[in-house]
Design a protein around this ligand. Structure first.
Ligand SMILES: [Zn+2]
Length: 347
C-alpha cells in the first residue's frame, strides 16, 4: 500500500516534470518564432524609388553605399561608384536646370515622418573651403521616416523650401516629400537615400543580412530589380568654348543650333564611371561628311565623373554651315560601352 502510494506520487511528479519540459520547449519555440517574425529576413522593407523620374533616362544612380569597412571604398558590384563612408544611394539628375523645373522626392515605403530640415541653400560643393561651410548640415534639407519594425529611411539634399511634410505626418509609398536639390554636401543635383535597420545602415542592393565587401549574396530591398550601371552618359552637346564641369552641371551648352561666327566649335560629353585604361574615340564631322577631328586616347585615371571634349577653332570664321556631327565612344577591353552621336546646326 505504502509502496504503491509512493510509486503513484513519483509518477505524478514525473508527469509534472514532463509537462514542465513540454511547456519550456513551447516557450523556447514561440520565442524563436516570434524573433523570426520581426527578423529582417522575414519582414524586409520593400522599397519603391525615392525619386519620381524615368530611371536611366531622366535620372540615374551615380553613387552607391560604401561596403568596405576600412579606409578603402567599394560598391556592391565591386566598382568604384562610391567613396569612403558613403552611407546611401545617390539618385542624380543631369542638371540644375532639371532641378529648377522640379523633380519630386517620394517616400520609398509607408511610415511616419520623424524629423525634417529645410531652409539650407542649394549649392554645388566644389572645394574643401565650401565643404567645411556645410559641416554639421551635410544632409542639407532632409526627411527621416520611421517605417516600424526597426526600419528607417532618410532623404538628403532636397531643394531649399521644398520639404512638404512635417514630423508625425503619416506617409504612403510614393507620397511626395519635396523636390530634388543640391543642399548640404552635394556636388551634383541628387537625392541621397539612406536605409537603416535597427540603427545600422543597410545597402538596399544587398539587404540587411549581407556580409561586408562586394560580390556577396544579395537580397535587394527594391520591389522592382534595379540594374547596376557603373558607367553611363549624363549629357553631351556642343559649345563655343571649352566647357567647365560646373557649367555642365548647371545645364549650359544645351543648344542644338549655334551661330556660324562662334569662336570655336567644341563637341563635349559628360559621363560617369570611367576607368583607367578605357579608350576614348572622339570625332567631329562637318556638314560635307569630312572628318575634321579624329582622336583616340587612353584614360590614365579612373573618375566617378568625367568630361571630355574636342573641337575646332573658328579663326577665319569659315566653319561650314549646315549640320555638324559629334561622335564619341568609350571602349573597355575591346567592348564599346558608350556610343554617342550628336548634331548641331550652324545656319
Ligand atoms: Zn550620397
Amino acid at each position: 500500500m505504502l509502496v504503491s502510494s509512493i510509486f503513484r506520487k513519483l509518477l505524478s511528479t514525473r508527469k509534472i516534470l514532463v509537462l514542465f519540459l513540454v511547456a519550456l520547449l513551447l516557450v523556447v519555440l514561440l520565442t524563436t518564432l516570434g524573433y523570426r517574425l520581426v527578423s529582417p529576413a522575414k519582414h524586409p522593407l520593400k522599397l519603391g524609388l525615392p525619386i519620381a523620374c524615368q530611371l536611366n533616362r531622366d535620372c540615374f544612380i551615380l553613387l552607391y553605399t560604401d561596403r568596405d569597412p576600412g579606409p578603402a571604398a567599394v560598391d556592391f558590384g565591386c566598382g568604384r561608384m562610391t567613396y569612403d563612408g558613403h552611407k546611401g544611394t545617390d539618385f542624380a539628375i543631369p542638371t540644375l536646370q532639371a532641378m529648377a523645373q522640379g523633380v519630386p522626392v517620394q517616400a520609398v515605403a509607408a511610415g511616419k515622418v520623424l524629423r525634417i530640415r529645410d531652409g539650407v541653400r542649394d549649392r554645388l560643393i566644389e572645394n574643401p573651403a565650401q565643404k567645411s561651410e556645410v559641416q554639421g548640415t551635410e544632409c542639407g534639407n532632409g526627411v527621416v521616416i520611421d517605417h516600424g519594425d526597426g526600419w528607417e529611411t532618410q532623404y538628403c539634399h532636397l531643394h531649399q523650401h521644398s520639404v512638404k511634410v512635417k514630423p508625425n505626418d503619416e506617409v504612403s509609398k510614393g507620397t511626395i516629400l519635396g523636390l530634388v536639390g543640391a543642399s548640404g554636401l552635394a556636388s551634383f543635383p541628387h537625392v541621397h537615400l539612406t536605409v537603416r535597420y535597427q540603427g545600422k545602415v543597410v545597402d538596399p542592393f544587398v539587404g540587411p543580412t549581407a556580409e561586408q565587401g562586394c560580390n556577396v549574396a544579395r537580397q535587394p530591398l527594391w520591389e522592382k530589380p534595379l540594374s547596376y550601371i557603373p558607367t553611363g552618359v549624363i549629357r553631351a552637346g556642343f559649345a563655343e568654348k571649352p566647357p567647365q564641369l560646373g557649367e555642365l552641371w548647371a545645364g549650359a551648352f544645351d543648344e542644338d543650333q549655334l551661330s556660324a561666327d562662334i569662336p570655336a566649335l567644341i563637341f563635349w560629353v559628360h559621363l560617369y564611371g570611367v576607368l583607367e585604361g578605357d579608350e576614348e574615340h572622339i570625332e567631329l564631322i562637318n556638314p560635307k561628311g569630312q572628318v575634321i577631328i579624329n582622336q583616340r586616347r587612353p584614360l590614365s585615371t579612373s573618375n566617378r565623373v568625367w568630361m571630355s571634349y574636342a573641337g575646332k577653332r573658328n579663326r577665319s570664321q569659315n566653319l561650314t554651315r549646315g549640320k555638324w556631327q559629334g561622335k564619341y565612344q568609350l571602349i573597355r577591353g575591346g567592348k564599346t560601352l558608350i556610343d554617342i552621336q550628336k548634331q548641331v546646326l550652324l545656319p
